[in-house]
Design a protein around this ligand. Structure first.
Ligand code: RP5
Length: 160
């Protein structure tokens, strides 16, 4: 599998449907996993340390609140980690965003937007990383961009 899609809780799953749908539509292989940073710290470390040897190439990690899952995974691997800030009911995901994006120097996490746009963009960013060395994924991405542009042009024409 090329991508590991890790989430902090089963409650995150419906919020990253866009990630799953986008990976599917681009033909990218992935596994989904629940690893809670604060409830499963040992499992988190074990997965982070083994991910490269399990042949994953990119990790997408979604978490909400004091969202330390992406950062702690990044601390345990040199694979690229893309963090999705999950929208929370108390602070609308601003808590998640700041927890994920504000990584101190030395251990980066590529952070996408809160909400559906971020969930989809996480998959697209993973695809762009994989496309560097995978012509089939590169072609899927080009096709996606072409469709997206055509839809935008068509919507402009419908407006008139
Ligand atoms: C985080 O805490 C998860 O990523 C989730 O977004 C949030 C709430 O988790 P639950 O209490 O719903 O399991 O670890």
């Amino acid at each position: 599998m090329d991508v590991a899609v890790v989430m902090g809780s089963i409650s995150d799953f419906p919020k990253i449907q866009g990630t799953i749908d986008t990976l599917d539509s681009l033909g990218i292989s992935y596994n989904t996993k629940i690893i809670s940073a604060h409830r499963m710290p040992n499992e988190l470390q074990a997965f982070g340390r083994s991910a490269k040897y399990e042949q994953y190439k990119v990790i997408i990690a979604a978490a909400g609140g004091a969202a330390h899952l992406p950062g702690m995974l990044a601390a345990n691997t040199t694979l690229p980690v893309i963090g999705i800030p999950v929208k929370t009911s108390t602070l609308n995901g601003v808590d998640s965003l700041l927890s994920i994006v504000q990584m101190p120097s030395g251990v980066p996490v590529a952070t996408v937007a809160i909400g559906d746009a971020g969930a989809k963009n996480a998959a697209l960013l993973a695809a762009q990383i994989l496309a560097i060395s995978d012509d089939k994924i590169a072609q899927s991405l080009d096709d996606f961009r072409e469709r997206q542009t055509k839809e935008a042009i068509d919507s402009n024409e419908q407006l008139h």
